[in-house]
Design a protein around this ligand. Structure first.
Ligand SMILES: Cc1ncc(COP(=O)(O)O)c(C=O)c1O
Length: 384
């Protein structure tokens, strides 16, 4: 018998959709994994790293040079002053950072507030730590939350709030005003904020990604999590980091050391150089994704799927109510089998109680070759 703590988990929606997409030869706009090559600067850094002697266990907190590169990146883009050796922990992707944060900072029975829809690893991470998720829905088309509802979720049982900006799957970027509201509640109730910022460099329309940790009073109570995967088109490398004050990151480290002990040494060594990419790299990255977003957004407008304009990230959410599907899963299956395009049914990103909110939603990835997007669009034009 498998343990109770994992009994409800099942298979991730990404595996399910990938299998089905393959079976029906569908163009896969499901999982957020680019189907194009990683940039030359990334491959060159890896090549160099291969010829270093760094192929044995790395230090538990990560190589000091990578901790420093992460701190420099925080200084360069967000004017944050981070102590590299005491406040930066290298992790196996953001996913392990999130899991270790929950294991290291949440006590059994502690409540963790989560915005819905959420990245699918959040809730299992909270529950495996013995925490209790409390949900606050984001409402389309702007993906705003009800401030009174959020306020009402804070109590003496609340230990943390977990938020993701730019947001998967909606593409929402939390505004300064929203972040200030959240910051005020965190300070009033002595709550830690955990922010997942893996899409930090993929923002559109001149929107600004703001780190909650940079707001007054938040530096000491925010754990900032990010990774290399999305920014440098190396989602398979799973190199991530967690930034926070030393007492918080020490707690996270204590859990992490017994989850993976250390992170892939050669990839860390490559990451040191990659994180120092010139400003032009980050500008170009935005331009590439912005164009893809525009192409898919405008093309989807000519289908019965009504796209909701994302401000950042890898995805476009669509309102499928014109097709009146039985639910989002049924529509995703229909699209794969009859139209030949795979998307993700977003109910996987909602709690049981709120799953109905996803009934008329479908999520499409933009992180694909122009050819892939074009083929998908041609097929979706057949949708009536
Ligand atoms: C919001 C969000 N957080 C975390 C991750 C995973 O990041 P990593 O691959 O660095 O573990 C993803 C990947 O899709 C994501 O969308």
């Amino acid at each position: 018998m498998i343990a109770q703590r994992v009994q409800s988990f099942g298979t991730t929606i990404f595996s399910e959709i990938n299998t089905l997409a393959q079976q029906y030869n569908a163009v896969n706009l499901g999982q957020g994994a680019p189907d194009f090559a990683s940039p030359p600067l990334v491959l060159a850094a890896l090549e160099k790293a291969l010829h270093t002697p760094h192929h044995q266990y790395a230090p538990g907190w990560g190589y000091p040079q990578l901790q420093e590169a992460v701190a420099d990146h925080a200084k360069r883009f967000y004017s944050m002053n981070v102590d590299p050796t005491r406040e930066v922990l290298i992790t196996v992707g953001a996913t392990e950072g999130i899991f270790s944060t929950m294991m290291g900072l949440i006590n059994p029975g502690d409540e963790v507030i989560v915005f819905e829809p959420f990245y699918d690893s959040y809730v299992p991470s909270i529950t495996m730590a013995g925490g209790v998720p409390r949900y606050i829905p984001l409402h389309p088309p702007e993906w705003q939350f009800d401030r009174d509802e959020l306020k009402s979720l804070f109590s003496e049982r609340t230990r943390a709030i977990l938020l993701n900006t730019p947001h998967n799957p909606t593409g929402k970027i939390y505004t300064r005003d929203e972040l200030e509201f959240i910051a005020e509640l965190c300070q009033k109730h002595d709550v830690i904020a955990v922010t997942d910022e893996v899409y930090e460099h993929i923002v559109f329309d001149g929107c600004q990604h703001i780190r909650l940790a940079t707001l007054p009073g938040m530096e000491k109570r925010t754990v900032t999590i990010s990774s290399l995967g999305k920014t440098f088109t190396v989602t398979g490398w799973k190199i991530g980091w967690t930034i926070g004050t030393n007492p918080l990151v020490t707690g996270i480290f204590r859990a992490r050391q017994f989850i993976s002990f250390a992170v892939a040494s050669v990839l860390q060594w490559a990451a040191i150089e990659i994180l120092q990419a010139p400003d032009s790299y980050f500008v170009e990255l935005q331009e590439i994704y912005w164009k893809k977003r525009d192409y898919l957004f405008h093309s989807l407008q000519e289908t019965p799927l009504k796209p909701l304009l994302p401000q950042g990230g890898y995805f476009i959410m669509t309102d499928t109510s014109a097709l009146n599907p039985e639910n989002d899963r049924a529509l995703a299956e229909y699209l794969i089998k009859e139209i030949g395009v795979a998307c993700i049914p977003p109910s996987a990103f909602y709690s049981d109680a709120h799953r109905f909110l996803a009934r008329h939603l479908a999520r499409f990835s933009i992180c694909k070759k122009d050819d892939t997007l074009h083929t998908a669009v041609e097929r979706l034009k057949g949708l009536r």
